[in-house]
Design a protein around this ligand. Structure first.
Ligand SMILES: [Zn+2]
Ligand SMILES: [Zn+2]
Length: 117
């Protein structure tokens, strides 16, 4: 005699969270997240001062537009409020910084593409 009787019942129900967001609410939340980030430049300038972190050139309110904010990790969405990912660079140093990055990518990245005999 063998008992193959299992008294299991399946009582699974799909969970309902009960909260349903409207599109308007979602958009509002997205905007909430974006707005402080778009203001990071002013923030970085006030945290780090009107000076280029690389060449040390100082700026004032007349030429502050020449001072830009560089993201140290290259991620423009990474904007910690304490400014730890920002670096104030003048446009020349900033360009230099990025051209070097691109060149580095180019040199270390793709190679041997279609050049093999
Ligand atoms: Zn500079
Ligand atoms: Zn940059």
């Amino acid at each position: 005699m063998s008992r193959t009787y299992g008294g299991r019942r399946k009582s699974r129900r799909p969970k309902k969270t009960g909260e349903s967001k409207t599109v308007d609410e979602i958009v509002r939340e997205l905007r909430k997240n974006i707005s402080p980030a778009s203001n990071y430049r002013e923030r970085s300038l006030s945290i780090h001062g009107l000076i280029c972190a690389k060449c040390g050139r100082e700026f004032n309110n007349n030429n502050r537009h020449l001072l830009t904010v560089h993201h140290k990790d290259g991620n423009h969405r990474n904007n910690p409020p304490d400014g730890s990912n920002w670096e104030n660079l003048c446009v020349y140093c900033h360009e230099d910084e990025h051209s070097r990055e691109l060149l580095g990518d180019y040199l270390s990245g793709k190679e041997g593409d279609g050049t093999s005999p």
